[in-house]
Ligand binder design. Structure first.
Ligand code: SF4
Length: 694
């Protein structure tokens, strides 16, 4: 740690790591950050921050930062540093030539959930107005797209229902497929505080996460299911609630659809959904499932918190709808202490989805086929917008391999490291003619790029992020962009070269446009954000200061809709050749593909990804703690060091994915959620064997 002296002034901004969205104070001396401290008035964090927010901001000034635009004709050529003008001219001319030769739909763009709402909005506008298609998608595709789909189908809005503060009123907390201690540390502290006060805890997770047993916190039930059987468990819980008369009949009669409720009740009551029948599928004791269901339904205010262990499955959307069914059936929606709470991974996953970065939706989750909405945007932007949805990220890869998709603008997203089945992604990128990467480092995706545009870190930009509780918070510029331009200015310049002019002098004007065109954001402005500190959308004439808790009087869609959630086993089967199931997750000190945290002091706490394996499985294979192991799946193979631990159940292994050299996604498969194509990262059949030091 370098001591830079006493700070002279400070700037309040928002952490750019996870979906908690902690307010941080950058204490400055001149243009240099002396230290980062939690802001005591931040409503998401109430004066706390974790090791990432406090200590992992140094990547912003790391020597690896790209500060000059670069171009090359072929990916085998060396990079050539050029001016911004030459790089943008080159990118625009390539994109224009591709569209002339291969049609208007032959290029697309990817919006980063790490960038601001304003930057994401401009990229989707670039694609729709300058590329003239709907081929825009976001990295939320590979994490929480099933949340958007499942909650929209059941409740009518693609967002969590509560504030973080609401947990202070929960009597029963159910955590499904999430590890808040590592993934959402500041919120985990609030959760543990409530548990220490006596709230009951049900954890549904294949791994013995920290919450199961940590100082002063014990889970009342740990339903340690086999990966891939979430829907079987949620149906079994629902079966108990229905057949033992634990439904909240008054809530259902008043707030939910009669017809879909009746269909769902009859479906879950079938014996095939009973905990006893499902025991052999899930591996979880039927007695424990019955007791957990009774506790959730009758234990007072019951709140569900879930993460990627719910969404990143072949039935990710089904499981989200199953969770919504449970909450509606027991009346646990619409007030303090209850609700359905997706714990978002990246800082702006919620926001990137809100502002129209899916290929089928314009800002505010309105379908592109909706003529009224489309006309509104066409009039505002002065273009015509396609009424058919564009390509999702995996469809872009497939189309590239079939020769119909040739160009990609990729903003702040390392798709080669973060998307599943690396070999498939690499082959698709190799087949394209122009890839423009806008990023702060030369990442794995840049190896396939033809144009590299330097990105700006969160310390160099003005804008907003939206956290997991729909809270919009200001991001404030602490230092000038290292490469001269902020990301939003670069997008405008690229659009201009493609013949479409956008006129903004500051990101606040972009937010004003979002507010004008999006009913749920209608009352949002930088002036109000500065005055209130932050705002939870919807914010409009009905709720001028925002909406902490949604669906309080009625669901956004009117009556709550129950959905049938038939359990279907994943195609990814264990066999004699691949007898173990690999599942993945995060660790506290590192973040996603690690591009930022690996370049900070946090690397001292976690310098490599390891494979966790149960002592029984390790002994059977002659694997010792700390020894090297080879992991092989149907998609590929990699090598890691082993950590022998009873956190894992026999038959299941686990790793994090923070280091490119460990190549976790070299072995994950192409399977994905049936509704959204969210990859099934959480279930890969593998074999693990000892190997010599690589
Ligand atoms: Fe940043 Fe999340 Fe840590 Fe808060 S909990 S400081 S938002 S990484």
């Amino acid at each position: 740690i370098i001591w830079l002296g006493q700070p002279e002034h400070s700037v309040v901004t928002t952490c750019a790591y996870c979906g908690v969205g902690c307010a941080l104070k950058a204490e400055m001396k001149g243009n240099e950050v002396v230290r980062m401290v939690p802001h005591k008035d931040g409503k998401a964090n109430e004066g706390h921050a974790c090791v990432k927010g406090r200590f992992a901001w140094g990547y912003a000034t790391h020597k690896d930062r790209i500060t000059k635009p670069m171009i090359r004709n072929k990916i085998t050529d060396p990079w050539r540093e050029v001016s911004w003008e030459e790089a943008l001219d080159y990118a625009a001319s390539k994109f224009r030539r591709i569209q002339n030769e291969h049609g208007v739909n032959s290029i697309g763009g990817i919006v980063s959930s790490r960038c601001t709402n304003e930057e994401g909005y401009l990229v989707q506008k670039l694609v729709r107005a300058a590329f003239r298609n709907n081929n825009v998608d976001t990295c939320a595709r590979v994490c929480h797209s099933p949340t958007g789909y499942g909650l929209k189908q059941t409740l009518g809005e693609s967002a969590g229902t509560q504030t973080f503060k609401s947990i202070e009123y929960a009597d029963v907390i159910m955590v499904i497929g999430a590890n808040p201690t590592d993934g959402h540390p500041v919120f985990a502290s609030r959760m543990k505080k409530r548990l220490r006060q006596g709230a009951k805890l049900i954890v549904i997770d294949p791994r013995r996460i920290d919450l199961i047993k940590s100082p002063h916190v014990r889970a009342d039930y740990h339903l340690q299911l086999k990966p891939g059987t979430n829907v079987a468990i949620v149906n079994a819980l629902a079966h108990v609630i229905v057949t033992e008369g634990l439904l909240n009949e008054a809530f259902i009669a008043q707030r939910c659809e009669d017809r879909t409720f009746g269909q769902w009740r009859d479906f879950v009551a079938q014996p095939e959904n009973s905990p006893e029948t499902m025991e052999s599928v899930t591996g979880v004791s039927a007695t424990h499932v019955r007791e957990a269901a009774r506790l959730y339904a009758t234990g007072g205010n019951a709140a569900i918190y879930y993460g990627l262990g719910v969404t990143e499955h072949a039935q990710g959307s089904t499981m989200v709808m199953g969770i919504a069914n449970l909450a509606m059936a027991t009346g646990n929606v619409g007030r303090e202490g209850v609700g359905i709470n997706p714990l978002r991974g990246q800082n702006n996953v919620q926001g990137s989805c809100d502002i129209g970065s899916f290929p089928h939706e314009l800002p505010g989750y309105r379908h592109v086929s909706d003529t009224t909405t489309r006309i509104q945007f066409e009039e505002a932007w002065g273009v015509s917008i396609q009424s058919e949805p564009g390509l999702r990220i995996p469809n872009m890869f497939d189309a590239a391999l079939h020769g119909s998709f040739k160009g990609l603008y990729c903003q702040g997203e390392d798709i080669v490291q973060s998307d599943p089945n690396t070999q498939h992604v690499a082959a698709a990128l190799s087949a394209m003619e122009c890839i423009v990467v806008q990023d702060i480092f030369l990442n794995e995706t840049a190896k396939y790029a033809h144009v590299l545009l330097p990105g700006s870190s969160f310390l160099e930009k003005d804008g907003t992020f939206t956290n997991a509780e729909r809270r919009i918070s200001r991001v404030r510029k602490v230092m000038p962009p290292r490469a001269g331009y902020a990301d939003w200015e670069v997008t405008i310049q690229l659009a201009k070269r493609l013949g479409y002019d956008m006129h903004y002098s500051h990101p606040s004007e972009i937010m004003d446009e979002i507010a004008r065109l999006t009913p749920t954001f209608r009352g949002v402005s930088y002036e109000k954000l500065d005055r209130l500190g932050s705002i939870q959308w919807p914010c409009n004439d009905h709720a001028p200061e925002g909406t902490p808790i949604m669906h309080s009087d009625q669901f956004v869609r009117g009556k709550g809709r129950f959905m049938l959630t038939k359990y279907v086993a994943t195609d990814e089967k264990v066999t004699r050749r691949f007898p173990l199931i690999l599942t993945t997750g995060r660790i506290l000190s590192q973040y996603n593909v690690g591009a930022q945290t690996r370049r900070t002091e946090n690397v001292r706490w976690h310098a490599e990804d390891r494979l966790e394996i149960h002592p029984h499985d390790a002994e059977e294979r002659g694997i010792k703690d700390d020894s090297w192991v080879g992991i092989q799946s149907r998609a590929g193979e990699t090598v890691l060091r082993a950590k022998v631990t009873d956190r894992m159940q026999p038959g299941v292994v686990y790793t994090t994915f923070h280091f490119p050299e460990s190549g976790a996604n070299v072995i994950t498969t192409d399977n994905s959620d049936w509704a959204t194509n969210c990859p099934e990262y959480k279930v890969t059949a593998v074999q693990v064997m000892p190997v010599a030091h690589p």
